[in-house]
Unconditional design. Structure first.
Length: 82
């Protein structure tokens, strides 16, 4: 759910209740997302590779194809082989 910074000042209690219930809120300024509001301790510290890749593609931020090929070629190699 998204909430604008101006609207937030009038709906703080409702936003806190929603976040406590497990909902993730996106704070916007001028229509642009600037922050996520999540319950304390429930933030994702790391994502599985497939999920991270999916999210990046969904956001139009997929890795450069040449970099992807280079990383795939290096995957599994030990430091001694590099």
């Amino acid at each position: 759910m998204e909430i604008g910074v101006r609207d937030l000042q009038y709906r703080v209690a409702a936003v806190i209740d929603a976040v406590n219930a497990g909902e993730r809120m996106t704070l916007t300024v001028g229509g642009k997302a600037v922050a996520d509001i999540v319950a304390h301790g429930r933030r994702t510290r790391g994502l599985p590779g497939a999920l991270l890749s999916e999210r990046l593609v969904d956001q139009g931020r997929a890795a450069d194809p040449a970099l992807t090929r280079e990383l795939e070629a290096l995957a599994g190699q030990t430091l001694a082989r590099l």
